[in-house]
Design a protein around this ligand. Structure first.
Ligand SMILES: [Zn+2]
Length: 419
């Protein structure tokens, strides 16, 4: 085998395209997967990550989270976000899609100070409210909904803006200044101008903006997030999935979990799941107020579906390949030669585990997914079991540096530059 930077050895590789599991090793060079195969030799590898007993999945993609730091908090009702590196990697997430924390007024700051400064891949839906989720009132400012400017901003940063978010536009008393569909229609117009998707978080508070009417407004490929929130009429009196949901799915509307603090109830999800109305993607809506529950992280949300009875391959598909396709990034969510080496090494714990929903209800079921290691662009960024590290007696010296002196990564860089 030709030389490689990292060999992930002994794991069971999940291929989302076929939903198959295969005992294979994965070789990585220059941030890219260069080879998959059985029993690849270790000799040519600069570093080996022992994945024995684990699953090797494409790095997870969280389609809906909130990471742009609105800090210091503008107001009491500003959305408190999370530090993406602290919370994503430990759940195997290598691509975080910020769902509309920023609008066109503040996206440049997000790009410069977060997206360009993290090793994670951060993508975003641009919010139709000009300042994004700065505070509730600012999200109702119809005059600031400007599809043409939003489209121009999305084109300026087309590498990281994947679509437009309509969220939290909830005028309870519709008037001439607050048309029921002002935000959704703005997002649709911006999406038409750019060829991008729309993600909608819209509570049906006015009669003409019922949930079926919201879905009917969306185009095939547009995303409704928070599908299992309690405000949506998903089930009839006999707990049967409403016919319009099957019709909208057939038409191509995409249903995303977007768990959040108040958007996931087992009394909605379990009957839907039992009747085959499964979400297209599983995402967190992670922010400061749900990171200690009921969301915790993407693997906890994914494990809720395992516990409901969704097969492992279907769960993993919905946090890897399905979100990649939903945002028109088909190069992501795969492990194949030539693909970027974004990888998650996961452990499936067997046994019964309890999970909580937004109403404080418990569901117990089989299985729990945990992250053992996360690799982004070929670099091991999360490895709490030291599976890629040499034994301390064999570690190259100096492997510990007193505080205040050069950190280990700086020493490594120096060493590499020495001929
Ligand atoms: Zn959200």
């Amino acid at each position: 085998m030709t030389r490689c930077d990292l060999l992930i050895r002994g794991g069971t590789v999940f291929a989302p395209e076929t939903k198959a599991f295969t005992r294979e090793d994965v070789a990585v060079r220059d941030g890219t997967v260069v080879l998959r195969g059985k029993n690849l030799p270790e000799g040519g590898a600069a570093s080996v990550l022992d994945a024995s007993g684990c699953l090797v999945s494409p790095g997870l993609i969280d389609l809906h989270c909130h990471i742009y730091p609105v800090f210091p908090y503008v107001r009491e009702d500003s959305l408190r976000t999370v530090n993406v590196e602290e919370h994503a990697l430990r759940a195997g997430v290598t691509t975080a899609v910020d769902a509309g924390t920023c609008g066109w007024r503040n996206f440049g700051d997000f790009k410069e100070n977060v997206i360009d400064r993290t090793k994670l891949r951060v993508l975003a839906f641009l919010d139709m409210a000009a300042k994004g989720m700065a505070y509730t009132d600012s999200e109702q400012a119809v005059a600031d909904i400007n599809p043409r400017i939003a489209a121009a901003v999305a084109q300026e940063w087309s590498g990281c803006i994947v679509g437009f978010k309509s969220a939290h536009y909830w005028p309870r008393h519709e008037d001439a200044a607050h048309p029921a569909f002002a935000s959704i229609d703005g997002a649709l117009e911006a999406a038409e101008l750019t060829g991008k998707r729309v993600m909608v978080d819209s509570i049906p508070v006015v009669p003409e903006r019922s949930y079926p009417a919201i879905l009917r407004r969306l185009r095939p490929g547009d995303i409704h997030t928070h599908v299992f929130a309690q405000q949506f009429p998903l089930l009839d009196e006999q707990k049967k999935v409403m016919p319009y949901l099957w019709e909208e799915r057939e038409r191509g509307v995409h249903f995303d979990v977007g768990h959040g603090s108040g958007s996931f109830w087992f009394w909605q999800a379990v009957p839907c799941f039992a009747q085959g109305f499964w979400p297209d993607t599983i995402s967190t809506d992670l922010h400061h107020q749900n990171v200690t529950g009921p969301v915790f992280d993407l693997l906890n949300v994914a494990s809720k579906f395992l516990a409901m009875g969704m097969p492992l391959a279907e769960v993993l598909y919905r946090v890897t390949r399905a979100p990649a396709l939903a945002i028109d990034h088909p190069e992501l969510g795969v492990i194949r030669e030539g693909a970027c080496a974004d990888l998650a090494v996961l452990r499936l714990r067997e046994g019964r585990f309890g999970y909580i929903d937004c109403g404080g209800g418990r569901l117990s079921g089989e299985g729990k997914l945990e992250c053992v290691a996360a690799v982004r662009a070929g670099e091991v960024l999360y490895d709490p079991e030291a599976r890629s590290a040499p034994d301390w007696q064999d570690a190259p010296a100096p492997y510990w540096t007193p505080p205040g002196q050069l950190r280990s990564w700086e020493l490594r860089t120096e060493k590499e530059e020495t001929p």
